[in-house]
Ligand binder design. Sequence first.
Ligand code: SAH
Ligand code: SF4
Ligand code: F3S
Length: 462
Amino acid sequence: MSDPAVKTASIKNTAKKVFIKTYGCQMNVYDSERMNDVLVPLGYGATDRPEDADLIILNTCHIREKAAEKVYSDIGRLKIIKQKRHDAGQDSLIAVAGCVAQAEGQEIIRRARAVDMVFGPQTYHRLPDMLKKIADGSKSVIETEFPTEDKFDGLTSKAGPKRLSHGVAAFVTVQEGCDKFCAFCVVPFTRGAEFSRPVSQIEDEVHQLVKAGVREFTLLGQNVNAYHGADPLGNLVSLGALLDRLEKIDGVDRLRFTTSHPRDMDDALIETLAKNKAVMPYLHLPVQAGSDSVLKAMNRQHSAKEYIDLIAKVRRAIPHLALSGDFIVGFPGETDEDFEQTMALVREVTYAQAYSFKYSIRPGTKAGDIKDQVPEEIKSARLARLQELLLEQQLTFNEKSLNQEFDLLLERQGRQDGQLIGRSPYLQAVHIEAKDHKIGEIVRVHVDKVGPRSLSAHIIEQ
Ligand code: SAH
Ligand code: SF4
Ligand code: F3S
């Protein structure tokens, strides 16, 4: 018979449910996991059904207009769920977090009255206080202050929440915010000034994750290669040096980092990429456009040639590197000739994988009120051509993996029985039949089949 006292305790512990929906970038994925960590000691268990949730958090993204609008249509649907639960005698709270919350603050509650809480990316460690205010009778709570330090101090202090793991590969934010002010981008406004976490905080978090079974760590930052956190002696440590320190922690098998900016790519980081065995041969280095006049208007602070030369230098050090990037087509004033220069740059550089977007006007940014907008049909046509070229290059990169052997970290279940999916060193998704192997193992595989978006392989004995 089960011990009734223990049973009551466990029911009490997971009596409340939280549903978190994450939009946008990996940093939001990290933030959502940490919100969960903050809520566990308050007795919240996770649910993937908003209908069952006492607390619904939308962790939002403001990077493009569509991303922000989607939040409001999701709130419309959740309002109905909230009303139904209320009619059945169950209350629920709706919270808007993340970059839309930061950018729009109060306006969200004015536009969507079903929302109870609005908090930005730098304040969610205060969730216990915010929930208490609501429990004590506040109609709504809005918290959108900076700075970033407070958040990480709150999340890492001895009294702070434990870092729970959600798999065998985890994100760890090491740098946040941005001082670059690209003319199209909201990030400096939603995430604030650039800030690097101290080395010991990051090491502590990595130790906790190793204990929880994580083997691969992706260090995150809006400009991760601008990292310059202090070590315990107060000396500033670069990203390359941080990666070298983390590699020495027992249990850290693989390291990645994203996103890097071309202006902050120093020789020490290139050397770490080339020599540190745990650092995977993958670099996400966005260029956005191939025309110098567009790059200047975007305030990217480098020319196309400087980017091309930088990639050549990185490839001399790591010839098999998988390069990834981001592109924006249809920035205000972009001509056909400018766009052809983006196509030419892609043909010259060649990417293993890349993300590309149509320019989206963001209020408050430097480009937000430029009148000379590129018509929607032209943006769509340019994006289609660019994506066709990028997908071709992705297939060509994957084809080079055919019959190659490499180590694969098994990360998750595949669709078919017995199938597991892992990531290659180059971040390709690889499917294998793995009857005698488990998630979390690193296995040696031989690639049998390649497609544009994934590979198939079989395990080989070593
Ligand atoms: N810090 C990273 C990227 C941050 S945002 C960097 O500096 O590269 C991720 C990507 O979204 C950007 O690289 C850019 O390609 C895209 N993006 C940002 N603002 C945009 C906008 N207004 N319209 C379209 N795409 C945008
Ligand atoms: Fe945005 Fe530019 Fe900063 Fe990247 S570097 S986050 S694109 S402002
Ligand atoms: Fe979006 Fe904010 Fe990330 S705007 S891309 S969630 S930093």
